[in-house]
Design a binder for this molecule. Structure first.
Ligand code: GLC
Length: 669
């Protein structure tokens, strides 16, 4: 979007319905529903500056990172809207522009929304940072408690688009002949996806996690989640609409260097938030301005760390470049710095013994206790993909060459580790079944001292003769034998697995179709933990009861990752089969977040409806199937160069044998 466009979008009518929703600050603007401009206006001041920013996009330096006043700038960024190219503002521009809302709009917002204004005296606030401009200390106000973030909700007439969507739905429910279901579902999905778009200062910056007008308790589902936005972003990119993705990448980059504290402890600088929300903050004279308010886990249920956010951000950044051809974005100095900060956090030395990333429970899509602390596959696969993306995107110079070396070493060690130690198939299980234990030596076969009794009884019956998969987690004396879908699919997509393993993973899914796909693609993990195990592992979590939610629930959003893996492995028919299953139900069921039961038969007990990544995942799958060549930009083939790199210092010294050699891998290629 060019500057003129931004300006024209910055004076648009606020759809009345938006004002009645919980996110009724200006984040709720649905850019597809923008009727012509009328009396309610969102006005960006300093339009001239905005134009200058857009015309001078060669200014790629992120001043805070170079001039040493990051904190000051960051605090300022909390307050003011910055145009996407304004992130790269030249130093000469010292005053960011504000967004103000005319008083009459403001009063309506006050009445109907959950804006900061409505809550500013509320006890439920923790803190919100408000600052009066550059070089001023932040005034600490409080933050909305998520559990209580709903106000009002007068019934407001639906827009024409929404009525269309409802009509389509009625048609589908009634199974009306003559409706081209395929086209109508897609049309509905696009309308809903556009309806989920969040704007900040008039420009689209992301999509809310769920957008069910009937949901009176959205918790934090009215926020833009980093991981949830990925399928939305891909749908927009594949449709040729890159602007929202670029804005998202740049705005979240700003949030990365936020000064963040959780009970006086500051997590690493490279941390990306799990989600963010656009809030309106009252100014003097009945005016408001918009602020981006991130959640780094400090408000999240269980205070889980969003480890996957930064990894997804890097993956999306690469996808944006590949699909749009706009590589200038990833070359910008501020963007390069953002990549480096994330990597520094991931590659930092710790007490770890393995090249896999050590994380706490719930640090990814499964964002509550599910016994996935340690080295869960999902994080390893995303980590590997993010490292491969970074290797492609980092500009190699004196300042980055050490980092690039570290990336190469880590990629090589990580793929060896996962391929060798996480892989299970019938043959491997038989090996584990006969393991000797308590081996003390570099050459140990049973390196992690796994007691064969650990092999769960379900697995002995379940493992097919054909195919195999990567374990959910590996720790000393512990193998998590559950099949985790996202991690396995991303191992295929990123080539973390060997070509043979990747093929075998899809073979296993095909062989175990009823368990992993069932009536709704796809199970988040298989099988569910039950009884005493459920009590211990989930901490008696009533949302994660057996075969529900994260505990064996079926998540339609996983469809796009499955489709991508199938396209990569030349198994289009499998993807097609899954998409057909999904399209039979998703629209009729109102696009649920997840399904319950062993076969994925019922809409999830506490599932949100109109879940954006369900909608976007479906659209992305469709778009990729229509254009597999475009989809191929999103996956990686085996990198033989990486296999050559041996990082083991021991083998070089000749003093001791490298444990990698001793692993006697037959599966490296
Ligand atoms: C749930 C999911 C998480 C998702 C969030 C928003 O917490 O577990 O993966 O990001 O909802 O949709």
């Amino acid at each position: 979007m060019n500057a003129i466009n931004i300006l024209s979008k910055s004076t648009m009518k606020l759809p009345s319905r938006v004002l009645s929703l919980r996110n009724a600050s200006f984040l709720g603007l649905r850019y597809s529903f923008n009727p012509p401009c009328c009396e309610e206006k969102l006005t960006c001041k300093s339009k001239a500056i905005l134009l200058i920013f857009n015309q001078n996009s060669q200014f790629h330096a992120y001043p805070s990172r170079f001039l040493g006043f990051q904190r000051i700038l960051n605090n300022t960024q909390r307050l003011y809207c910055l145009p996407s190219s304004g992130f790269a503002q030249p130093r000469a521009v010292s005053r960011p522009y504000r967004v103000s809302v005319e008083a009459r709009v403001a009063s309506r917002v006050r009445d109907l929304s959950t804006s900061v204004e409505t809550r500013v005296n509320d006890k439920n606030f923790e803190r919100i940072f408000v600052q009066d401009g550059i070089n001023v200390k932040p005034l600490v106000v409080e933050r909305i408690d998520k559990d209580e973030s709903i106000v009002g909700g007068d019934q407001v007439p639906l827009t024409e688009d929404e009525n269309n969507v409802n009509n389509i739905r009625v048609g589908l429910e009634e199974g009306k002949a003559g409706i081209s279901v395929e086209i109508d579902i897609e049309k509905e999905a696009w309308n809903l996806l556009r309806g989920a778009v969040v704007t900040y200062c008039g420009t689209p910056v992301g999509t809310v996690a769920a957008n069910d007008p009937a949901d009176k308790l959205p918790l934090n589902y009215d926020q833009v989640f980093i991981r949830d936005f990925v399928p939305s972003a891909l749908a927009f990119l594949l449709k040729g609409e890159g602007e929202i993705v670029k804005n998202f990448l740049l705005h979240t980059l700003q949030l990365q260097s936020w000064e963040k504290t959780v009970d006086c402890y500051s997590p690493g600088q490279g941390l990306m938030p799990a989600s963010f929300k656009v809030r309106t903050v009252p100014l003097d004279d009945n005016k408001f301005e918009e602020v981006l308010d991130p959640d780094f886990g400090e408000s999240a249920i269980g205070r889980v760390a969003p480890v996957d956010s930064g990894l997804w951000w890097i993956i999306l950044l690469r996808a944006y470049g590949k699909i749009t051809g706009d590589y200038a974005l990833q070359e910008r100095v501020d963007v390069q710095t953002g990549i480096k900060l994330i990597l520094n956090l991931c590659l930092a030395d710790g007490f770890d013994m393995f090249p896999s990333l050590l994380v706490t429970d719930g640090s990814c899509m499964i964002d509550r206790r599910m016994g996935i602390h340690g080295h869960p596959l999902e994080i390893q696969a995303l980590f590997y993909a993010a490292l491969r993306c970074s290797r492609e995107m980092l500009t190699v110079n004196d300042g980055s060459k050490n980092l690039v070396r570290a990336i190469n070493n880590r990629l090589s060690a990580l793929s060896f580790h996962i391929r060798e130690y996480y892989w299970v198939d019938m043959k491997k299980i038989n090996e584990i079944y006969r393991y000797k234990t308590e081996e003390y030596s570099l050459d140990a076969i049973n390196k992690f001292n796994i007691y064969p009794e650990q092999i769960p009884s379900w697995l002995m019956d379940w493992i097919p003769g054909e195919g195999g998969y990567l374990l959910g987690n590996l720790q000393p004396a512990h193998m998590d034998f559950r099949f985790f879908t996202l991690g396995n699919l991303w191992s295929v997509v990123s080539s973390l697995g060997t070509p043979k393993q990747n093929e075998a993973i899809l073979n296993l899914i095909e062989a175990k179709w009823d368990d992993i796909v069932g009536q709704m693609p796809l199970k988040i993990c298989y099988p569910a933990v039950e009884n005493e195990e459920w009590r211990i592992i989930t901490g008696c979590d009533p949302k994660n009861t057996p075969w529900s939610y994260h505990n064996g629930g079926s998540w339609p959003t996983l469809l796009w990752q499955f489709t991508l893996a199938c396209i990569k492995m030349g198994r289009l028919e499998l993807a097609q089969k899954a998409v057909s299953l999904a399209e039979k139900r998703l629209a009729i069921d109102r696009w649920p977040e997840y399904y319950d039961t062993r076969a994925g038969k019922f809409i999830g007990k506490q599932s949100r409806l109109y879940q954006t990544w369900t909608i976007a995942g479906f659209l992305t799958s469709r778009l990729m199937l229509e254009n597999p060549e475009m989809a191929s930009l999103l996956f990686w083939e085996e990198d033989y160069e990486l296999l050559e790199i041996c990082v083991c210092a021991l083998s070089k010294s000749g003093r001791k044998k490298c444990s990698r050699g001793a692993a006697k891998s037959q599966i490296l290629v």
